[in-house]
Design a protein around this ligand. Structure first.
Ligand SMILES: [Zn+2]
Length: 265
């Protein structure tokens, strides 16, 4: 784990990259901040989490770090120990953690609950949606630390790295660490309701777009040509043929649209 800081004093803000070692976009954003060293109005902790996995360009060494929280100093796995150290490092920080995916090119935010912090910050980020994952939060960073996660785009793409940079600056501006104003947008809010499992197969297909409602009776995925059909309407989230080992992704419901407040309000 690499830890650095912008500004002086004890940080109440943190930017975290590299929770997953095969998602380099956030690391680029952190490195750029370290190169440019912008003047900050509040100190910010910068963390590159799973360096061992990043070096090997794998998601994790022993287990998924974002399922290993709170961790344990005596854990038998690299990620189990790392999770514990990361919690100690981030304990008093509002944390911004960057990921990338195989499922969706457009950035979106992931939060543990639709809290005041989440509803204030997320509409100020250049994201298309906010996803609430409280039903599936076990072991994730934000089960321990007040965290806004963002999916920056497609894993390994140049666009994801550029998005990570824009998203980090928008976050740091929204929390008054960087000067200036953010642009607020109306933001649809989705809540994960179900895991969409997949059977062991040689080929997987997904027929639907994330964040676009699937109607009952419509086929949405297939494993070795065996089609899965929607029984009830749902919104696919983080759905991709090969992104995860045993699930296609998640089903979500649309719960809200956060409206931007205009100056006239
Ligand atoms: Zn990730």
């Amino acid at each position: 784990m690499r830890v650095a800081q912008l500004g002086s004093g004890t940080p109440e803000l943190a930017v975290v990259a590299g929770v997953h070692g095969d998602e380099p976009c956030g690391v680029r954003a952190v490195e750029r901040l370290l190169d440019e060293r912008p003047t900050v109005e509040r100190p910010v902790k910068l963390v590159v989490a799973n360096e061992a996995a990043l070096e090997r360009r794998v998601r994790f060494v022993d287990e998924d770090l974002n399922r290993a929280f709170p961790g344990d100093p005596d854990a038998k796995t690299h990620e189990g120990q790392l999770a514990h150290r990361l919690v100690e490092e981030l304990e008093d920080c509002l944390t911004f953690s960057m990921h990338s995916t195989q499922s969706h090119a457009e950035p979106f935010a992931i939060v543990n609950e639709i809290s005041e912090t989440a509803t204030e910050i997320c509409p100020q980020l250049p994201v298309a949606a906010m996803v609430e994952t409280s039903n599936f939060a076990e072991g994730r960073l934000f089960s321990e630390i007040d965290t806004v996660e963002v999916e920056c785009g497609l894993q390994g793409s140049e666009t994801a790295a550029e998005n990570a940079d824009r998203l980090t600056r928008a976050f740091l501006t929204a929390v008054d660490a960087l000067p200036g104003d953010t642009v607020s947008r109306d933001l649809p809010v989705f809540r994960l309701t179900d895991v969409i499992r997949k059977e062991q197969a040689d080929t997987y297909e997904v027929f639907v777009d994330n964040f676009t409602e699937v109607e009952p009776g419509n086929p949405f995925a297939a494993a070795d040509g065996e089609t899965q059909v929607a029984e009830e309407p749902f919104y696919p989230v983080l759905m991709s043929p090969n992104g995860y080992q045993d699930v296609f992704g998640y089903a979500a419901e649309k719960v809200d649209v956060l409206q931007t407040q205009t100056a006239a309000d």
